[in-house]
Design a protein around this ligand. Structure first.
Ligand code: ARG
Length: 308
């Protein structure tokens, strides 16, 4: 009888220890800990609770050890494929290499069509999007945006020898090209609503639109200033940029809504690259001028959403 009671008590003690251990292991989100019970039930379990905190805040990655970045790599100088070595290159590519390094991760780039780029993020094909993406209210309903990393605007590009177009009013009666699903398209739609009449042609990629402009199938293209200036500099005999900033836009890195911890980590790394001069070096490499760091640091996601 006495023996039986003792056995029962042992059972209770063991069960308590096991349950306590399981409870701590549950917090730590570490399956392997459920098997080791005693250490978790003792006061030494406290550090585990701290680890728990860190673990709970840690982010998910599509490929462990890598920051996988989705981009529509048809957008020089932000993201494009090097014709000789077939590598990803551009301002966004260098920036994300620096951000990944700051996070202790290796960068990995995935080339995606622009129209499927947000669904691909939501489907976890990549961890984030860095693709000269303007922060807009509509997009912010679907994704989280990092702090702004680039100040941009829409501009009109025309053929170098065409002197008919000086501002948006001159688009009346013309054929205008945009990349489908971009802020260039949204701006063109707005002009149409305002009563400026032109034929709008939508392209899957910006280079496709620029090619049609060069070949005379379009009179103008509305695109981001960075790309327009790059193209005009590269092919001055083909293109020129109308010197008017039509919008005020801010680019952000997009992260899936179920990964807020990743957004936080990306923001931290991005801020670091801006503050330690890495950002400026990358900017100078691709644009040949110094960035307006003050303007950038004063820009916020909220402002971009309200202004869109
Ligand atoms: N900034 C524009 C937008 O967000 C155009 C971006 C297009 N980016 C690209 N890689 N094709 O709509």
């Amino acid at each position: 009888m006495v023996r039986k009671v003792t056995n029962k008590w042992w059972l209770v003690i063991i069960l308590t220890v096991v349950l306590l251990g399981a409870a701590f292991a549950g917090c730590a989100q570490n399956k392997t800990q459920t098997t080791t019970t005693t250490t978790k039930a003792t006061p030494t379990a406290k550090p585990t609770a701290t680890q728990t905190q860190e673990k709970a805040e840690s982010y998910k990655l599509v490929n462990p050890g890598y920051l996988t970045v989705g981009m529509d790599a048809t957008y020089p100088p932000f993201e494009f494929i090097n014709e000789t070595n077939h590598q990803f290159q551009g301002f966004d590519v260098d920036l994300m290499k620096a951000v990944a390094q700051e996070m202790g991760l290796k960068p990995k780039f995935v080339n995606v069509a622009w129209t499927g780029i947000i669904p691909g993020l939501e489907a976890h094909k990549y961890d984030c999007i860095c693709s000269a993406m303007t922060i807009t209210a509509e997009r912010a309903k679907q994704v989280y945006f990092s702090r702004p990393y680039f100040v941009a605007s829409q501009v009109i590009v025309v053929r170098a020898n065409d002197n008919r177009i000086h501002d948006v009013k001159d688009l009346n009666g013309k054929v205008v090209g945009v990349q489908l699903g971009t802020t260039g398209e949204f701006f063109a739609e707005k002009l149409l609503k305002q009563g400026i009449k032109f034929t709008l042609k939508k392209y899957q990629t910006t280079p496709d639109a620029l090619l049609d402009l060069k070949d005379g199938r379009l009179d103008a293209v509305i695109i981001d200033n960075g790309v327009a200036l790059w193209m005009a500099k590269k092919c001055p005999e083909d293109y020129k940029v109308i010197n008017e900033r039509l919008t005020h836009e801010l680019y952000g890195i997009a992260v899936a809504k179920d990964n807020p911890a990743l957004l936080k980590a990306i923001n931290q790394a991005l801020n670091k690259t801006i503050q330690d001069g890495t950002y400026t070096k990358i900017y100078e490499k691709w644009f040949g001028t110094k960035p307006d760091i003050k303007l950038l640091l004063n820009s916020t996601v909220q402002e971009a959403i309200q202004g869109s």
